[in-house]
Design a protein around this ligand. Structure first.
Ligand SMILES: [Zn+2]
Length: 87
């Protein structure tokens, strides 16, 4: 685990399917795949998917980690919406 050089948050590094290393938030969330979803995550297998936050018990739910640049406080504008709750 390392720290973001912009906001000093703890981050993990994952390798995507295409071989790129990306920084992600350490916590794992579960999303349901949806091309119109507002969350871009990387699965444990390095697959980048988009979806909506959901419960672990939802059929088809996929555990992912969120790309850190999406949540980085130092790199996002203050107007950024906070809070992620299942809809
Ligand atoms: Zn950051």
């Amino acid at each position: 685990m390392s720290r973001c050089k912009y906001c000093n948050a703890l981050i993990d590094w994952v390798q995507t399917e295409s071989g790129r290393k990306m920084s992600v938030d350490p916590q794992v969330i579960t999303i349901i795949q949806d091309n119109l979803g507002d969350i871009e995550g990387i699965t444990l297998y390095g697959q980048q998917i988009r979806g909506k936050l959901t419960y672990m018990t939802t059929p088809g739910a996929v555990p992912v980690q969120i790309l850190h640049f999406k949540t980085c406080k130092a790199r996002n504008k203050p107007a950024q919406k906070q809070g992620r709750r299942p809809s």
